[in-house]
Design a protein around this ligand. Structure first.
Ligand code: SF4
Length: 365
């Protein structure tokens, strides 16, 4: 079949794993089950907010219940879930509970894959009985895979592509093939706030100033894939850093944005939401201010709402721009935000835009 770059920008030998197929389309919910882990991999990218902490997130939403998990799945129209951590096996009862609910409420076709380190046969059996579709070990040995395959699970290995590890990786691939492994997923190694000191100490450097990827990681992965073409029957997938941030995340944001956008919010090609914001009214006058603007400018009511938490009115970018030229006592801006649970605002552009003249004085915005 040959080494080929697919339309998402990753490289595949053989078949892409089903879990990755849904992930690159942004259709997988990321269930972070716990930040706990017994290992201390020098390249661990977990943020300081999550590492070592027993917290649960569905995408960016901190959750405490299966109800909140299902809500997040609904808001992004998830077709599958990737359960990750930390090491989710350290909270096994929680893992079984969430897996059971996903399969029961979203249907057996909701594809669930799990990342973990090692599991006993008994636990592997329980996961199979609950309908787990795919298990991915973060392991530099074939032993966890052997056990999981014997217990009837569809099993793969996921590792970072560490520059200088060609011989270790190719030897491991041979052993994994012998153990019945279905696929190996290599990720481009990345600098993060928590691993950068250690990576630098070991001589790793940034690939370029506009990327967090490590120099030489992609070259190593492609060399391993070329080798695999001739030397194994294993399915291999190389996932570059730009795919995760550029394609997978953007697709996931777009899915969620389409579900959660208010009537006055516009969706950007990056999957972010843009709205107009009106500030300068005290909390007690927000409602009256909204009614006045609706009346005065004939704004459709669904295009102007009160955001009490942020003490402001929100509207469409167009309405905000037009009003900014007429309502001198208020301040206006365009705000670009993530369509995620935390709704992080990334860009604020004050209005009116400089260099633009007023657009007439009629009543309608
Ligand atoms: S197993 Fe995963 S979560 Fe645990 S230290 Fe290694 S990279 Fe981090």
């Amino acid at each position: 079949m040959g080494l080929r770059r697919n339309r998402f920008g990753s490289f595949v030998v053989g078949e892409m794993p089903e879990g990755c197929r849904l992930c690159v389309r942004g259709a997988k919910l990321v269930l972070f089950l716990t930040g706990l882990c017994r290992r201390s991999c020098f390249y661990c990218p977990l943020s300081s907010l999550r590492r070592g902490k027993d917290v649960v997130y569905a995408n960016e939403r901190p959750i405490r219940s299966t109800r909140q998990l299902l809500k997040e799945a609904e808001l992004m129209d998830a077709q599958g879930t990737g359960i990750t951590g930390g090491d989710p096996s350290l909270r096994f009862r929680r893992l079984l509970r969430y897996l059971r609910v996903l399969k029961r409420e979203l249907g057996p076709e909701h594809h669930v894959h799990l990342y973990c380190t090692e599991l006993s046969r008994e636990r592997l059996r329980r996961l199979r009985e609950e309908g787990l579709d795919e298990i991915r070990f973060h392991a530099w040995s074939p032993e966890p895979v052997r056990k999981a395959v014997e217990e009837g699970l569809n099993c793969g290995v996921e590792l970072p592509s560490l520059p200088g590890s060609f011989r270790v990786l190719t030897r491991l691939l041979k052993e994994l093939e012998g153990a019945g492994c279905s696929f190996v997923n290599l990720n481009e190694l990345e600098f993060s706030e928590t691993n950068s000191l250690e990576l630098r100490r070991r001589g790793f450097r940034l690939k370029s100033l506009d990327s967090v990827a490590v120099k030489g990681s992609e070259e190593l992965a492609l060399r391993v894939l070329e080798w695999a073409l001739e030397n194994t029957e294993l399915n291999l997938h190389y996932c570059p850093s730009r795919l995760k941030d550029g394609v997978q995340l953007r697709n996931r944001l777009k899915r969620r944005a389409r579900k959660v956008a208010r009537p006055y919010e516009a969706l950007t090609s990056e999957g972010l939401l843009v709205k107009g914001v009106i500030e300068g009214l005290p909390p007690s006058e927000l409602e009256a201010g909204r009614r006045r603007l609706i009346r005065k400018y004939g704004i459709p009511p669904e295009l102007l709402s009160v955001n009490r938490r942020r003490v402001r009115l929100e509207t469409s970018p167009e309405v905000a721009e037009r009003l900014s030229e007429r309502e001198r006592g208020l301040s206006f801006s365009w705000v670009e935000s993530y369509p995620t649970f935390d709704g992080v605002e990334v860009t604020v552009i004050p209005l009116p835009l400089r260099g633009r003249g007023t657009r007439g004085t009629s009543g309608s915005p």
